[in-house]
Design a protein around this ligand. Sequence first.
Ligand code: ZN
Length: 678
Amino acid sequence: MKKIFIFMIAITCLSCSEKKTETDNFNYNVEKFADLGILRYQVKGWENLTSNQQKLIFCLNEAALQGRDILFDQNNKYNLAIRRTLEAIYSNYQGDKSTSDYKAFEVYLKRVWFSNGIHHHYGEEKFLPEFSQSFFIDAVKSLEPSLVPTRQNQSVDTFLQEIIPVIFDPNLYAKKVNQDHSVDVIQTSANNYYGEGVTQQEVESFYAAKKDPNDKTPVPYGLNSRLVKENGQLVEKTYKIGGLYSPAIEKIVYWLEEAAKYAENKQQESVIHLLIDYYRTGDLKKYDEYSIAWVKDTNSMVDFVNGFTETYGDALGIKASWEALVNFKDPEATAVSELISKNAQWFEDHSPIAPQFKKEKVKGVIAKVITASILGGDCYPATPIGINLPNSNWIRKDYGSKSVTITNITEAYDKAAAGSGFNEEFVCCEYEKDLMEKFGAQTDNLHTDLHECLGHGSGQLLPDVDPDALKIYGATIEEARADLFGLYYIADAKMLELGLLNDKEAYKAEYYKYMMNGLMTQLSRIDLGKDIEESHMRNRALIARWVYEHGQAENVVELIKKNNKTYVQINNYEKMRSLIGNLLAEIQRIKSEGDFEGAKEIVEKYAVKIDPELHQEIKERYEKLNIAPYKGFVNPVYNAVKYADGNIKEIEISYTEGYAEQMMRYSKDYSHLPTYND
Ligand code: ZN
């Protein structure tokens, strides 16, 4: 639950980005459709790696691409059938490609690729095609029947009867993850983590029974399996070799074995082997061993994530989606993060939370800045800009965690957003516009560093508090905690003392951006009439609205109108900081005490509902800017040049592959699962 995404158009600092890349003709923007923008990122520093490191990355990259089908199937059991049908049409269509039906078909397929399924990657709701049912039926029927991914012995007609409502009926599988706690969140979620007929109550008691309250080192029960009912009994179908998703996992393991040959050192080699053991056995104890070894591997240049990791896709936060990311260290930028980490204890000691919730000793929060070489699974094409792992509370407490920010992705966002007109439209005053131009990129990165390096690692639960006590509110509270920690400290004199900022006004750029985003601009990403659902968005609304409300008596933050447009105006930055400190103390209390009712109250009050009038206004203003609210990336292409004996001679990178081209190639080269994984 420790992933952070870019939320709005990144604040662009032209002067800084010019410094970052002197002569840069790189084409960051690839294409735009629906609400999505496809960008490209550059793998800077590749040429400084050793040949061995490049080969290691190549093998890890391959392992990162092999699990793509798993995520499609996890997101919904029909996703692979739908993707394969659409791709068959895309490759074989003989009709007129200039019709509006065909154009809408292309957009729909591109959206399915982007979301790894039929639900919006962010809003979780099913998106509907804008082509007609009859167009779809004709297109499928004109295919060679062997190209239609029917079930065994199923006719194309019966296949169509089964698949059409899944695509076209807005009420069927309406939401991938349903967070509305007034209903059964398992039965009303369209993901494929639980079998037919399994209820929320059953899931909760099944996993509650597994937990031993005296176990100080519990495994993440249920993380890597589907829970189904067989003959009335609940059983887990584990993701492993020989189990569920075996054909894809076998390929992942093959490439991990190849990668192990190029490991930089013994520690890294053992990380790779432990991961392989875990994929072979599905044993979560092995997973914890792997996580611990991974945390300890701090000297390697190359690093990676590959596995069932984050649980955002499950309303109960038990089941993890498959994701992968390969990266290597950016030594210069890492120095900044290391400086923050080295001072972790100082930050913990001076935090405004109650003493009993503080960690006496903050251990090994390792911070590094990385360059991504490939994005896979749930990190592709939409990707986080920072990651903090592992998620296990006791491993974090006993061994620490690794925290990374991904610079080449952040840079691509910044570059692609330059000149979008966003700040001109939404920032109230020249003073803030100037601050954001001068310091925006710097404070944005610093806030990310503080969130990842210190925020998630700070504080502790009281003894005997169940780490899952906050249930569906847990993720929002955890993200709020990390964000607040970062916001509180970015305004601290310590930033100047450590040389992380060199102007005492700089933090105001982040404060302004945060309030503007939380109170207003993030609403541009939500459909009219809908609530805020996603936990990072909820967290931002929670903080911004709470601060706004609690500062009203002293007029700390205002919403003002100019020419009928709403703007955020901050009147007292110092007071705003003290409110942030108060809220941090309260959020930490909720987390430390496992206060479910407290979490529920504060989230439901501040983080969910939207003022419809403001919502409409923001969307209209945003639409005029014609900016895609969500972004994703195509990966570079890595080509291994081989010797006659098959050994790799060198790796070449190219940046010319298009979006559809890449998706079709991945579906050809990295698609190992059967269409139906029942
Ligand atoms: Zn986070």
